[in-house]
Design a protein around this ligand. Structure first.
Ligand SMILES: [Zn+2]
Length: 343
């Protein structure tokens, strides 16, 4: 049995994978509002973590991860990331002049924005053996605990453009637009038994469109199985840039038993109304990391005909986070349950 535990952390990702061999994996970490601790810290206590993956260097994917890596009661194996030349990148990111001059304000800004990232890589350097640091660029496949992981890191063109943008920013002492980080996002295709599962990080549409071609071009032995999944985590917390026409047909099977999961706050633009409308109209089962005072008629009025798992609609006002636990058998239907934080 494979379990995917999507922690309810609002507009962020914190995904704990329970592997069939009893070990665990962590894909990103974030904290609950009003807390400075990742919910994964409790879930993973006393457990063996086969890998810890930072999809991309944004706060809503990394806060709390350093504590997990330093935790004495969590045994961390590999660390997966997509920042080759980390030394050069951190040197730019942590240079106050890059953020508008060497003033107390720019120093404080650097501290707040990049301090957690530097702290994370300090923890990685202290706690994880050098041979277990795995830079994920391009497409790579491996078996971990009985699950096939196809990891898509940034391709050469994306990586080179990012480096060029960083160099330009250094010359101009200007910030790199935040959206560039999302283009670096690792995304993962897991294969277990009859099921394939996409965890799409914060990847924007230009990169999303290329995923099936990239897998095919790499001629991976398991590529023959196709990239159509029975579960998909919607990219970028449901933001509008994580949608393209026919994303469902391109990346998923055509079955009403398929599960589409949102890791988002359920308010503001996460998910964006167009993204919510698109996925609910696919008629697949929707699972989301929020609950609230939503009026279920909203989804009806948007024309949605989806089978909403436990009526998770897109609230307009207040919402509160909850965890989604997805159980994937080697064959048969995927099960979805909610773990309310108040329980
Ligand atoms: Zn994010």
């Amino acid at each position: 049995m494979l379990k995917v535990h999507i922690c309810g952390v609002g507009d962020g990702d914190c995904i704990v994978i329970e592997l069939p061999d009893g070990r665990f994996g962590l894909i990103d970490s974030y904290i609950l509002p009003g807390s400075d601790v990742s919910p994964a810290l409790d879930i993973l206590a006393g457990k063996e973590l086969a890998f810890c993956c930072l999809t991309h260097p944004d706060k809503d994917h990394l806060l709390g991860m350093a504590d997990i890596i330093r935790a004495k009661n969590i045994d961390v194996g590999e660390f997966w990331y997509a920042l080759s030349d980390l030394h050069g990148i951190l040197k730019i990111w942590t240079n106050p002049t890059f953020y508008g001059g060497s003033t107390p304000v720019s120093h404080r800004w650097v501290e707040q924005q990049n301090g957690p990232l530097v702290d994370l890589f300090d923890a990685v350097a202290d706690e994880i053996k050098h041979e277990n640091l795995k830079t994920k660029l391009g497409v790579q496949a491996q078996d971990v605990g009985g699950v096939q992981f196809v990891v898509f890191g940034p391709d050469d063109a994306t990586w080179n453009r990012y480096r060029a943008r960083l160099d330009r920013a250094r010359c101009e002492c200007a910030r790199v637009p935040k959206r560039y980080n999302n283009r670096l996002s690792i995304c993962i295709l897991m294969r277990y038994g009859d099921h394939a599962i996409w965890l799409l990080g914060d990847l924007p549409r230009a990169q999303l469109r290329r995923l099936p071609t990239r897998e095919h071009n790499e001629q991976l032995p398991i590529a023959r199985m196709g990239a159509q999944a029975s579960m998909l985590k919607v990219p970028h917390h449901g933001a509008a840039d994580g949608l393209f026409d026919e994303i469902s047909e391109t990346l998923m099977r055509d079955s009403n038993n398929d599960v589409v999961a949102f890791s988002a706050s359920g308010s503001d633009m996460h998910p964006h109304p167009s993204v919510w409308k698109y996925w609910t109209e696919t008629n697949k089962r929707i699972a989301a990391t929020w609950t609230g005072n939503a009026d279920p008629s909203e989804s009806v009025s948007s024309g949605a005909t989806a089978h909403l798992v436990d009526q998770c609609t897109r609230p307009i006002c207040e919402s509160r986070p909850r965890d989604v636990l997805i159980t994937v058998p080697s064959s048969g239907n995927i099960a979805v349950e909610y773990l309310d934080s108040d329980d």
